[in-house]
Design a protein around this ligand. Structure first.
Ligand code: ZN
Length: 250
């Protein structure tokens, strides 16, 4: 499911599933937000814009990262006025018992507008369901996330706090590091390097990551720096397991 799609193959005209005139798109073939995905998207529930969403035609399945179950964001659940960026990512770096690794199915809850987006999964869900050039609480989505939609910009380097959608590539026990593919398989072009403070923290992360296939979708939050290695677009350190979220197993 998806909260928006494009009317045109060049992805210049956005169509939101909750548009009042979404009924006009009943049976109309639209384009997936991932520019490398050729999936044909059709509106479901066009008679009820508040419940409408785009679904890929079974004949043209998604490719890469765009078919995850988190591809719907319940906007009524969170108050954008309480959203502070990059403070939310700074908070994720502080160790807490809130385990992010586990795969959980997304579920809509009854609106509670006193709540701010807090976890990495909630933040990812908002970002992936909002067009990359749109804003949330005044922050451009492309300044919060690097994913399949802003590859060109992200390959130039990622500096500072940001979340990155990626897949597991390999780990290096001696270097206390894990390497991830960006953008997601099968369009991967570069690597990101994630370092850990101790072997124990590396092991904890690997316990969740190793069982995934190389196309499992992972989201990582860090304060990114430039790398000297040409293939590695950025590197960051994991202080807390809250900085890593498994979005999709394969
Ligand atoms: Zn797609």
């Amino acid at each position: 499911m998806a909260d928006y799609a494009y009317k045109d193959e060049k992805r210049t005209q956005i169509i939101y599933a909750n548009s009042k005139d979404i009924i006009d798109f009943k049976g109309v073939s639209c384009y997936c937000k991932n520019p490398k995905c050729n999936s044909k998207m059709y509106i479901v529930n066009p008679d009820h814009p508040d419940k409408a969403y785009f679904r890929a035609s079974k004949k043209t399945p998604h490719r890469g990262s765009c078919g995850s179950e988190l591809h719907h964001f319940n906007r009524g659940e969170f108050n954008p006025n309480l959203f502070k960026f990059p403070d939310i990512l700074v908070n994720l770096e502080n160790e807490s018992s809130n385990k992010e690794y586990q795969f959980k199915n997304h579920s809509d809850k009854v609106g509670n507008a006193d709540k701010a987006i807090k976890t990495l999964r909630q933040l990812y869900s908002m970002c992936t369901n909002t067009p990359i050039s749109d804003k949330y609480a005044g922050i451009r989505i492309g300044d919060i996330i690097a994913d399949s939609r802003n590859v060109k910009e992200s390959l130039k380097g990622i500096i500072g706090r940001k979340i990155i959608e990626c897949n597991f590539y390999k780990y290096d026990k001696d270097a206390l590091a894990i390497y991830f593919n960006y953008p997601c398989f099968p369009d991967n072009e570069a690597l990101i390097q994630v370092s850990f403070e101790s072997e124990e923290k590396l092991k904890n992360a690997l316990n969740s990551i190793i069982p995934l296939s190389h196309s499992g979708i992972i989201v990582i939050s860090a304060n990114w720096n430039a790398s000297n290695d040409e293939k590695i677009i950025c590197k960051g350190t994991i202080y807390s397991q809250n900085q890593i979220a498994i979005v999709k197993k394969d």
